[in-house]
Design a protein around this ligand. Structure first.
Ligand code: ZN
Ligand code: ZN
Length: 261
């Protein structure tokens, strides 16, 4: 389930029988609690929180999760060091865990692997979560799809991938020039067409679900992101809804709880 997705906050929940993990915690702790509770999930069932990078839209609540709820927070060494400098430094004394990229960590039946993602943050990662026969992959805040990101996307059965902006909307939008180039310079975010072209060109029939994430409020529209991917897929004869499901995650509303089978 996506609790929120976009530049104003990101948080994902993956659950199995009676327990689960969070990936990113970029919204308020009360909102995390309430959204989980609405789906019948208590915070005490959360075994761990894994962080992609230290931009505020991904880490807002890690202090409360770690401090008040004793939930271990997993980051790479460099992200952990970055957190020391920020306001979360003191709060995370006992509940920090360090992960290495490409080195899987087990949490009950989940096996979680961080992989490198090019982005304008220190040591940004994506995640592969393996549960039984399912491979779930998150690739968010992706400047460009390099070989590593590509390898992980291509093994996914269930893929959450960024479609941040529409090129035209960004170009003609009201963002200042420096911000426009920061977003699109290869270390910012993925645009709809980059994601669409890549997904269509690298489609595998083991991919069952795609969720487009981290949509910009200013420079994108959910229908546009959806159509861009659908059009590229259809050019190659891949049928949305038959060969693969396509969803767009909402910025500030939780998704339904998707059951993977
Ligand atoms: Zn972000
Ligand atoms: Zn970011």
């Amino acid at each position: 389930m996506s609790l929120a997705s976009g530049s104003s906050g990101n948080c994902y929940y993956l659950g199995a029988n009676g327990y689960g993990i969070l990936i990113d915690a970029g919204i308020g702790i009360r909102r995390i609690k309430k959204t989980l509770k609405d789906s019948g999930i208590g915070l005490e069932q959360i075994m761990a929180a894994f962080i992609t990078h230290d931009h505020i839209d991904h880490i807002q609540s890690i202090g409360s999760l770690a401090e008040k709820h004793d939930i271990p927070v997993y980051t790479t060494q460099k992200v952990n060091a970055g957190l020391n400098c920020g306001k979360y430094g003191k709060k995370l004394t006992f509940s920090r865990r360090i992960i290495e990229k490409e080195n899987p960590v087990g949490i009950k039946d989940f096996e979680i692997t961080a992989f490198n993602v090019p982005h304008d943050a220190c040591d940004c990662v994506g995640y592969l979560v393996v549960y039984k026969q399912h491979k779930w992959v998150l690739a968010t805040d992706v400047g460009h799809i390099d070989d590593t990101v590509s390898n992980y996307i291509r093994i996914a059965n269930h893929l959450v991938v960024e479609a941040n902006y529409d090129r035209e909307m960004l170009q003609h939008g009201k963002y200042p020039a420096f911000l426009k180039s920061r977003i699109s310079d290869g270390y910012g975010h993925l645009c709809n067409s980059e994601t669409a072209v890549f997904l269509a060109a690298n489609f595998n029939f083991h991919l069952k679900n795609i969720w487009l994430c981290h949509l910009s409020k200013e420079n994108n529209r959910p229908e546009l992101a959806y159509q861009t991917v659908e059009t590229e897929m259809e050019k190659r004869g891949i049928r949305i809804g038959k060969d693969v499901n396509l969803n767009v995650l909402k910025r500030d509303m939780p998704s339904e709880l998707f059951l993977l089978e």
